[in-house]
Every structure is written in structure tokens, then in C-alpha cells.
Design a protein around this ligand. Structure first.
Ligand code: HEM
Length: 538
């Protein structure tokens, strides 16, 4: 979940798109079917939904056929032409958001505004114009204004319900629970979950890999984030409570988050029950500590994030409340599960389609197994760090299939942006801003043959992203709100994929997937794969 990079990719507005972007915005076929919003409904909100409210306010300033605005004091970014009143909306719906952004980028340059029904979103394309967007303080460029909608899901007292300082402290708790020393023990738990899960597969068979990946990642989350008690006794209940929480997010929630609809009531009940569960576990843990029984039987309990958050303290010495811990855990689940599942499935689909890379990644596993003299089958934290081809394959799949089409912010103060060709624009206060990953990730100035799946572009001898500067590759965000779970995400994705490569011969039976819809960047439909057990060392 983007910052909480909340992949609310769960909101189900399916807007199919067609047509390719212009040649310079190279992208493959399936890409032409996508146009979407950030982890989310956020894009929907920006492009399609907020306008409905805003039109009422702005109608007075419009004429049919052309919108007339009060003359700007300074030069604002150029606005894309569009239909009367609806602006670019018809183009987005008949074509694709990605295609429209690409067109306008080629036409108007790296800074431009899309407008529809009175709402304007200014797009900043490429690293040269994105520094302020990613690095400015909250008082200048706000993430909180954009993600307020998460409050009823995460609950009061956490995330975007609290002031910026408190939120920063809560992010420090996340950072503590995700630091490398903790990741080492998470890796051990992840490997155990993955081995157990795939042991259920037969000698050979056919599966929907997308579903399998979602399931195993939920088990990993249950174990690493929520703890042994949930994993062993409450996994099914907690999984369905999380589904209820997600199901409580509809378009109507954007405007009336507390309207007593059945879905909102279910959401609130689920949130309350989760708090009850986590509070119960917290009390049990406290009492087992005071009775001298210590941590978990297997010594793992100390390492789960639930415990990390229960032990966290604010700077003034205050501990976290059980309600806060519940909210923070839900936020982490939102941020980490859907995103990782999407990237794992896309990477698998890419490897199975581009067999030269499947071969390279498999050979890497064979070598790692051979070189590991102690235990040829072992995958641990250090081995995972040595999976270079696999790592680059994941990174490259994420470049071509970002989990969110764009990252959104709101300008709290006006600012000036300079383009590479020397144009200078004043972006006004209150303007919604977007950094479109679906276009940034395909810029030819940064990536050679951008629509080709080529993990070597990130190899030490090319490093196209580094050459492009620190804002060239922003699939994990950047700057002030860079993803805090990147290391954890790579670990769990590589644990799953390396286990599959080592133990199964896989074939993609479905056609290469399209992207789901305007709101979700997941692979569309089932991703059917056949498997046959094997050992790489024989
Ligand atoms: C492949 C998987 C993932 C991808 C592609 C991803 C991507 C992102 C992106 C793009 C952002 C920035 C959003 C913005 O600026 O609005 C972000 C933020 C964040 N991510 Fe991830 N993420 C992934 C997995 C995870 C995981 C596993 C966790 C935690 C367990 C996590 C925790 C966070 C948090 C806490 C933030 C908010 C940082 C802030 O607001 O300061 N993410 N992520």
C-alpha cells in the first residue's frame, strides 16, 4: 500500500482500455490494456471521481466547449485539450490512461495537466521534474491529504489519521521491524511456510499460479507479521476479516466513508474483531512473559512484527496501544500482500514466457545449490541475497508491471518546476499531482529498448536505473515516502520463486496475461501453469 502504498487495487472499477501508446512510450501489448491508478482507487479518485464533486463548484467558471479560468498570475503547466466539461475522461475511457499520458508527454513535455469535470491533475514525467514531488516536506507536498480514505480501514490513531510527526514515529516502528537483522529471521520463517505450502502439490499437475501465490503470501504474512498464534489457530478467521476490511472500500467510501452501508458495517465489525484478536494475543504474551515462560516455544515469537509493534515506544516514552498496533498491522498487510503477490505472479509469467531468462534463473539456482556445501537444499537469508539473476528478474518485471500506475500527492503550497528544455511552470496550491510509473518506467532516455524484458539492464555492467539518477526507478517509491518493505518484499518473492525453480519444471498454459483493469495492475484472470517435480542436482 503505497505509502502506505495502499494498494486498494481491490476496488473493482473495471475500465478496459485499448490502443498502444506512441512509439516513444514503448510498451507491450498487455500494457496497452492498462491505465490505472496508484495502488489504487486513488487514480480513479483523481481522474474520475473527485471531478463529480468539483464540477459543482467549478461549473460557474466554465463555458461549453472550453473551460475558462481566471488568468494565472504566472504560467501554469499546459493543459491537455479535451472534450467540453469531460476533458480527457472520454479519451481515457476509450483509449487508456497510459496512452493519454504518453500522448500528452510527447505533445506538451514532461509537465502538463489533465483536466476533467473541473478537477486538474498535474503530471510530472521523468526524474528531472520529480525532485520536489518526492523530496519535499509534508507541509509542501502532501501524501496525507491523498490517503485520508484509509482512516476507517486502518482505524483511528494511526497512519493518515494522525499528525505528520506521529506518523513519522509510527514509520520508525515499521523501519525497526523491517531492518536487516529482523529480515534474517523473517527469511527463515518464510522458507518454512513456502516449503510446507508447496509440499501439498503432487508429482505433477495444473494450478492457477496467481491464486497459489496469493495464498502462500497470506500464510507468510500471517506468520511473519501477525505471529505464531494467528498462523496456527486463527489464520482462516483473520484472512476472512481482512477480506471484509478490503471489501468495505467502495467508490462511495471515498465520499462518505462512514455511511452505514452493509459493506461499511462489515468493515467496522471486522476491524473491531481484529482489534479484539490482537489485544487478546498481546495480553497472553504479556502474561506468559510475567509468568517467566518467555517467548514462543520455537523462539520465533519475538521476531514477528506484532511483537515489534507491541514493544515500540514513542519518543515521549509512551507505548503503543492495542488499537494502534492493530491499525499498524493492517496497514502493513495492505502495503505488503497485494503488491508482493502481483509482482511474484508477473515475474513468474515473464520468466515462463522468456525462456532464456527462465534458463538463466534456473542455472543460478543450480549453481547456488552446488556451491552450498553444508546443505544443498537450504535457502536462507545469505543465499537469497546471492540470487542476482532472480533479483534482477523481479526488478525488471516490476518495471514493466508496476503495482500502481501512478503515485499521487497534493501541493499544499505553490511551487515552480523547471523542465530539461528550460520551460518553467508555477504549480498552484491545492493541485493534485501524479508521478506516472506506467510512463516513467518506459522512458527511452533511461531504458534501452524499454518494452523488452531484459533483467540485464540492472546488472552491474549496465545499471540503467543508476545512470538515470536516484529518481529513475521509482517502482518502490522514492524520497520521503520510499517503500519501507522493499527488502522484505524481495525476500518473500525470491523465497517463493527460488523454491519453485529448484523443485518444479513449470510451463505457462494460459496466454501471457493482460493487466486487470483501471484500478488493479494485477495479471488479469487465471494464470494457469503446469508443474512437474524435479531436482536440479540430478
Ligand atoms: C513488491 C512489493 C511492493 C511494492 C512494489 C511496493 C511499492 C511501494 C511504493 C511505490 C510506495 C510509495 C507510495 C507513495 O509514495 O505514495 C510504498 C510505500 C510503502 N510501502 Fe511498499 N511496496 C511493496 C511491498 C511492501 C511491503 C512488503 C511492505 C511491508 C511489509 C511495504 C510497506 C510500505 C510502507 C510502510 C510504505 C509507506 C512509506 C511512507 O509513506 O513513508 N511495502 N511501497
Amino acid at each position: 500500500m503505497s505509502s502506505t502504498l495502499i494498494p486498494l487495487c481491490f476496488v473493482g472499477a473495471a475500465v478496459r482500455t485499448r490502443s498502444a501508446g506512441p512509439a516513444d512510450c514503448a510498451m507491450e501489448d498487455h500494457h496497452h490494456h492498462t491505465a490505472t491508478i496508484a495502488h489504487t482507487w486513488l487514480a480513479a479518485m483523481a481522474i474520475a471521481v473527485l471531478p463529480i464533486l468539483s464540477v459543482l463548484i467549478l461549473a460557474a467558471t466554465k463555458q461549453m466547449g472550453r473551460t475558462v479560468f481566471a488568468p494565472p498570475k504566472r504560467r501554469e503547466p499546459p493543459v491537455a485539450e479535451g472534450a467540453p466539461l469531460l476533458g480527457v475522461l472520454p479519451a481515457i475511457l476509450t483509449r487508456s490512461l497510459q496512452g493519454v499520458i504518453c500522448d500528452q508527454y510527447l505533445k506538451l513535455g514532461s509537465v502538463f495537466t489533465l483536466s476533467s469535470l473541473g478537477v486538474k491533475v498535474t503530471f510530472l514525467v521523468g526524474p528531472e521534474v520529480s525532485a520536489h514531488f518526492f523530496h519535499a516536506a509534508e507541509s509542501e507536498i502532501s501524501i496525507g491529504d491523498v490517503y485520508k480514505v484509509t482512516v476507517p480501514i486502518f482505524g483511528k490513531g494511526v497512519g493518515y489519521d494522525v499528525d505528520n510527526d506521529t506518523r513519522n514515529e509510527q514509520h520508525r516502528f515499521f523501519a525497526d521491524t523491517l531492518r536487516p537483522a529482523k529480515l534474517r529471521s523473517h527469511a527463515r520463517l518464510m522458507v518454512r511456510e513456502v516449503e510446507e505450502y508447496f509440499a501439498r502439490w503432487g508429482q505433477s499437475g495444473t494450478v492457477d499460479l496467481k491464486q497459489q501465490v496469493e495464498d502462500v503470501l497470506l500464510l507468510i504474512a500471517s506468520r511473519c507479521l501477525l505471529g505464531k498464534e494467528v498462523r496456527d489457530h486463527m489464520h482462516d478467521e483473520v484472512s476472512s476479516l481482512l477480506r471484509e476490511l478490503i471489501g468495505g472500500l467502495h467508490l462511495v467510501s471515498l465520499f462518505f466513508p462512514y455511511l452505514p452501508t452493509p459493506a461499511h458495517r462489515r468493515r467496522d465489525r471486522a476491524r473491531a474483531r481484529l482489534e479484539e484478536i490482537f489485544s487478546g494475543i498481546a495480553r497472553l504474551r504479556k502474561s506468559s512473559c510475567s509468568s517467566g515462560r518467555g517467548a514462543g516455544d520455537d523462539g520465533d515469537r519475538d521476531h514477528d512484527m506484532l511483537q515489534g509493534l507491541l514493544d515500540s515506544r514513542y519518543r515521549d516514552g509512551r507505548g503503543t496501544t492495542e488499537a494502534e498496533v492493530t491499525g499498524l498491522l493492517v496497514a502493513l498487510l495492505f502495503a505488503g500482500h497485494h503488491t508482493s503477490a502481483t509482482v511474484t505472479t508477473w515475474t513468474a509469467a515473464r520468466l515462463l514466457r522468456h525462456t532464456e531468462w527462465l534458463h538463466a534463473a534456473t542455472e543460478e539456482q543450480r549453481l547456488l545449490q552446488r556451491n552450498d556445501q553444508n546443505d544443498a537444499a537450504a535457502i536462507d537469508y545469505d543465499v537469497l541475497l546471492r540470487m542476482d539473476v532472480l533479483h534482477r528478474s523481479v526488478k525488471e518485471a516490476l518495471r514493466l508491471h508496476p503495482v500502481t500506475p501512478m503515485i499521487l500527492r497534493r501541493a499544499r503550497r505553490p511551487f515552480t518546476v523547471r523542465t530539461q528544455d528550460g520551460s518553467e511552470y508555477e504549480v498552484p496550491e491545492g493541485r493534485m499531482l501524479a508521478s506516472p510509473l506506467v510512463v516513467n518506467n518506459l522512458l527511452q532516455g533511461i531504458y534501452r529498448d524499454p518494452d523488452v524484458f531484459d533483467p540485464d539492464r540492472f546488472a552491474a555492467w549496465r545499471e540503467e536505473d543508476r545512470v538515470g539518477g536516484d529518481l529513475a526507478y521509482t517502482s518502490f517509491g522514492a524520497g520521503k515516502h520510499a517503500c519501507m518493505g522493499e527488502g522484505y518484499a524481495y525476500l518473500q518473492i525470491k523465497v517463493i520463486l527460488s523454491h519453485l525453480l529448484r523443485n518444479f519444471e513449470l510451463r505457462l498454459l494460459s496466454p501471457f496475461p493482460e493487466t486487470e483493469n483501471m484500478i488493479s495492475m494485477r495479471p488479469k484472470g487465471e494464470v494457469m501453469v503446469s508443474y512437474r517435480r524435479r531436482s536440479l542436482l540430478q
